[in-house]
Design a binder for this molecule. Structure first.
Ligand code: TXA
Ligand code: MG
Length: 323
């Protein structure tokens, strides 16, 4: 693969301890050399992120696994082989020498091999691990375009690599493979069912297990727009629209079904895709754009209870401030 000038520039910045935003298939990441403490510190500062939230380390090849993790079980290898490169983060016991700043002082590390071509070129050219959280301010919506990264972090980043709109649109599935049984810590578009199918094992979710681990996104008001956002069942949403239509308040309804709404006055309807993968792709860019438009409230139609919608519902309930 030919190394572009932009990639060369990015690698030079990373080797000097700089921070570079880059596209992945899930969301844009804010990358730094995972072995450089000062560089990692800059990530936390740019994001205003508390230091006890661990970072995912991104790698280019399976050979790099042993640089970062130990005791990689056959099941963990099976998942890496099935889903990497792709939107899956695997939590493993960390290798000696991994910086505490990366793991939040925990004995485990999150690893991921992204499949976006720009992320792959960058990782191959850099050759080490890149610690990269989503390239947004702490608790904000993750960026799915380079423009959204600029809006979030602007001059605090040394370089933003352009890679178009992210294909998946939601953060990776996180699975903890460091203990006796696999546990999903953050749902993503790689579903529990897909993982259970691959492993031929039952797979639990953190919520069910009440794990005490610092599970990602368990933070209240993660992924939240600044506009008041509410998730409503289809009938409740219709009733609500009927009750407020005479009030002349600017409100927007994000709906994915063909329900009929009384669109009058300042009520606006935004149609979302009715396929989960398409909905996920559009979700953050839609929320980001609605958040700019001075609505009094964003009302989102609740999504189906099918497995492929689980990650979407997780982000929607966080956007609307539900626990
Ligand atoms: O799709 C993604 O995963 C994106 C792209 C850029 O790769 N990254 C991302 O990073 O979403 P971030 O930092 O926004 O979310 C990663 C989550 C954090 O909430 C953190 O708590 C969790 O991963 N995490 C990282 N290491 C962990 C560990 N050792 N144990 C438990 N959770 C961990
Ligand atoms: Mg994040």
């Amino acid at each position: 693969m030919r190394m572009t000038d932009e990639i060369k520039k990015a690698v030079a910045i990373l080797h000097q301890g700089g921070i570079v935003a880059f596209p992945t298939e899930t969301v844009y990441g804010l990358g730094a050399d995972a072995s450089n403490e000062a560089a990692i510190r800059r990530i936390f500062q740019a994001k205003s992120r508390p230091y006890d939230h661990p970072l995912i380390v991104h790698i280019a090849t399976l050979n790099q696994l042993s640089d970062w993790a130990i005791e990689v079980s056959p099941q963990a290898m099976q998942l890496a082989q099935a889903f990497w490169p792709g939107p899956l983060t695997i939590i493993l016991k960390k290798q000696r020498g991994v910086l505490d700043l990366v793991t939040g002082g925990q004995a485990t590390i999150g690893l991921r091999m992204p499949r976006h071509p720009v992320a792959q070129q960058l990782l191959q050219a850099f050759s080490g691990g890149l610690a990269a959280p989503s390239a947004n301010k702490f608790t904000h919506i993750s960026p799915t375009t380079a423009a959204a990264v600029a809006e979030e972090l602007g001059s605090q980043v040394d370089l933003i690599l352009e890679g178009g709109m992210c294909e998946v649109g939601l953060e990776s599935t996180i699975i903890d493979m460091s203990g006796d049984q696999p546990i999903i810590l953050r749902p993503g578009m790689i579903t529990v069912e897909m993982i259970a199918q691959t492993l031929q094992l039952p797979v639990a979710s953190a919520q069910q297990e009440k794990v005490s681990q610092r599970a990602p996104g368990m933070h209240h008001l993660h992924y939240a727009p600044t506009t008041q956002t509410t998730l409503m069942g289809t009938q409740a949403l219709i009733d609500y629209a009927n009750s407020v239509q005479a009030k002349d308040l600017p409100m927007v309804f994000m709906v994915h079904s063909d329900l009929v709404l009384p669109m009058s006055g300042k009520l606006v309807r935004v149609n979302m895709p009715n396929r989960a993968t398409d909905y996920a792709h559009d979700l953050y860019s839609t929320l980001r754009s609605l958040d700019h438009q001075q609505y009094q409230r964003i009302i989102i139609e609740d999504v189906p209870y099918d497995p492929e919608w689980t990650a979407i519902r997780d982000r929607l309930s966080k956007a609307s401030g539900h626990k």
